[in-house]
Design a protein around this ligand. Sequence first.
Ligand code: CA2
Length: 163
Amino acid sequence: MGTSKGIRKSLGYGMNESAKKTIFVLNGPNLNLLGTRQPDIYGKTTLEDIKAGLEGRAAEMGLAIDFRQSNHEGELVDWCQEAGKKAGAVIINAGGYTHTSVAIRDALAALDIPVIEVHLSNIYAREEFRHTSLISGVAAATICGFGALGYYFALDGLKENLT
Ligand code: CA2
């Protein structure tokens, strides 16, 4: 059903049950600074707050979160590949790599599980260089401009489609 990159695309065929219910939440460069600087753009919520909130919400849904942040492109690529073996879906805020990384896009495109792209800010209302996302074309859905709430919306959207 749907296109190859749709949210319903094969939800972890051949994967064990616990992997199917695990969602990798991957965060790119500088997102470790969240809540400490530029609160006018990115809000006051820290990445730790988002992690704790998502884990709680996921537990209520019978899902598990594997939450990670890296400032390194190759590490993010490795984690995308790992998600293909250990997760039923990926939520990713690739930070600045959103606009530059062919390598992360290629790693996500190779996955047979849904990918949801999240941005805290509305990237289309900011500088022109942020208007292009290399991730959007391989994501089932993109959420931007809702701040930290976007991560929860992504989880809710996946829940509807993972069960
Ligand atoms: O809006 C988003 O979520 C972004 O992915 C955030 C990236 C930015 O490069 C993207 O264009 C949009 C930047 C993350 C940096 O986060 C900071 C948070 C607090 C202080 C400094 C940076």
